[in-house]
Design a protein around this ligand. Structure first.
Ligand code: 5GP
Length: 142
């Protein structure tokens, strides 16, 4: 059965995309733990870290540094980034389609990174705000 990220990849439900190629998609996480919070996913359905073939793993992991740099460059207040992936429900994975969280950090933002997966700020974001964040990261990816 298709999960929510399969539907985003297929264009069946919308997302604020920041990067796309034949194998990968990066888009804003709806919850925006911090502004610019982005998810990187393989288009090929992979449940979790345990299920990757080497080729897909290489493609996804190779993209993380340039995506992290683009996110940082999109906003001068971003001074760091947490990159994480929850694997298996016992580890907090709620969408069973492998994904990598890139969570921008700002000096003294007060975020407890261990609690980040439980934070949902989507109520305080407008479509224009999501669009603006996504465009700024896209521009930095060229
Ligand atoms: P997990 O808890 O599995 O590590 O992360 C799943 C993430 O997917 C959560 O941070 C959640 O906010 C995000 N998410 C769930 N549904 C959607 C959606 O429909 N669109 C987007 N952009 N993100 C989603």
């Amino acid at each position: 059965m298709a999960d929510i990220f399969d539907k985003i990849i297929a264009g069946e439900i919308p997302a604020y995309k920041v990067y796309e190629d034949d194998d990968l998609l990066a888009f804003l996480d709806i919850s925006q733990v911090t502004p610019g919070h982005t998810l990187l996913v393989p288009k090929k359905h992979v449940d979790d870290i345990f299920a990757y073939d080497d080729e897909t793993a290489q493609k996804v992991l190779l993209k993380l540094p340039s995506l992290a740099r683009a996110i940082r460059a999109s906003d001068p207040t971003i001074t760091g980034i947490n990159i994480s992936s929850n694997n298996g429900p016992s580890a907090g994975q709620t969408v069973i389609h492998s994904h990598w969280h890139l969570i921008p950090r700002r000096d003294d933002d007060g975020l407890n990174a261990a609690l980040a997966p439980t934070i949902d700020n989507s109520d305080s974001y407008t479509e224009d705000q999501y669009e603006d964040l996504a465009q700024k990261i896209q521009q930095e990816l060229g």
